[in-house]
Write a protein that binds this ligand. Structure first.
Ligand code: ADP
Ligand code: MG
Length: 276
């Protein structure tokens, strides 16, 4: 079953009276409930605009977006249903953390949803545990590392019990350790049944998804499993994007006459193949 259904979505920003930027140009996508989809594409290709249309932060100029059957362009009540089901995590955790204490921050979302106060404590505990930050519940967010802050921001979204979370480059501002922490949490949430949409420019993160969508100039350029998509390494490079290191190495070895299967996209797989 699809949890997100996007049909012929067009979204335009108005720069001036008659200067429109078409950020999303007639895109249709269905995203399976429980899946892990990575979206990649160079700067300005429309990824964030797409994400905000899923979360109803932006409303289509034409076409439709449904989240769990709710039209994002419906009335105010429908909007609540959408925002509750599709959470969003942004690049900079500092812009998402609002309270002076971790647990208050995580409680903010459910409080806004009108969750009864007895139930909020339980949600906060559950959400902080899910991101391995429960022991930091009394700390001030500004005392935490970037990766820890981002995990608290994720807990704030998890506390709303969304079915789907769209992560818009959540690891872009983190060091490699913080990146690993956040990637692990995203995988764990996915294992727990949450539908994950991850916008990233890290190809190794994308390689771990079930599906990769590559965007270019507001359109979908490639869509498939990581193995399918990374077979088109030349097309991806032509879009000014990189490919995973294992794909790059595989290509170079092939040019030197070694036979390397085309579906090798992860370092572990390449090493195993070369050592066998
Ligand atoms: P990405 O997330 O892939 O970098 P965006 O969705 O942010 O791409 O941007 C897509 C296009 O829309 C770009 O051409 C960008 O300049 C333009 N754009 C994004 N936000 C705005 C805005 N608030 N006003 C005008 N143009 C915008
Ligand atoms: Mg963006």
């Amino acid at each position: 079953m699809s949890i997100i259904e996007i049909e012929n979505l067009v979204y335009e920003y108005k720069r001036d009276e008659d200067d429109l930027v078409r950020a999303i140009d007639n895109v249709s996508i269905e995203i399976e409930e429980g899946s892990f989809t990575a979206i990649i594409g160079k700067n300005g290709s429309g990824k964030s605009t797409l994400a905000k249309n899923i979360n109803a932060l932006l409303i289509p100029d034409s076409g439709t977006v449904y989240v769990d059957g709710f039209n994002t362009a419906a009335d105010e009540a429908g909007l609540w249903e959408v925002r509750q089901r599709a959470g969003m995590v942004f690049q900079n955790p500092d812009n998402q953390l609002v309270a002076a204490i971790v647990e208050d921050d995580v409680a903010f979302g459910p409080e806004n949803l009108g969750v009864p106060s007895e139930a909020i404590d339980e949600r906060v505990r559950e959400a902080l545990t899910a991101v391995d930050m429960y022991e930091y519940r009394k700390k001030a967010p500004h005392m935490l590392s970037g990766g820890q802050k981002q995990r608290v921001a994720i807990a704030g979204v998890v506390a709303m019990r969304p079915k789907c979370i769209v992560f818009d480059e959540p690891t872009a501002m983190l060091d490699p350790h913080g990146r690993d922490e956040v990637m692990d949490i995203m995988k764990r949430l996915h294992d727990d049944g949450i539908t994950v949409v991850l916008i990233t420019h890290f190809m190794e993160e994308a390689a771990d998804a079930d599906r990769i969508i590559i965007m270019n100039e507001g359109k979908i350029e490639l869509d498939g499993t990581p193995e399918e998509v990374f077979r088109h390494a030349d097309r991806i490079r032509a879009l000014n994007l990189s490919v995973p290191i294992a794909v790059e190495l595989g290509d170079r070895l092939r040019k030197r006459g070694r036979e390397i299967p085309g579906d090798i996209i992860r370092m572990e797989e390449l090493v195993t193949y070369l050592c066998q």
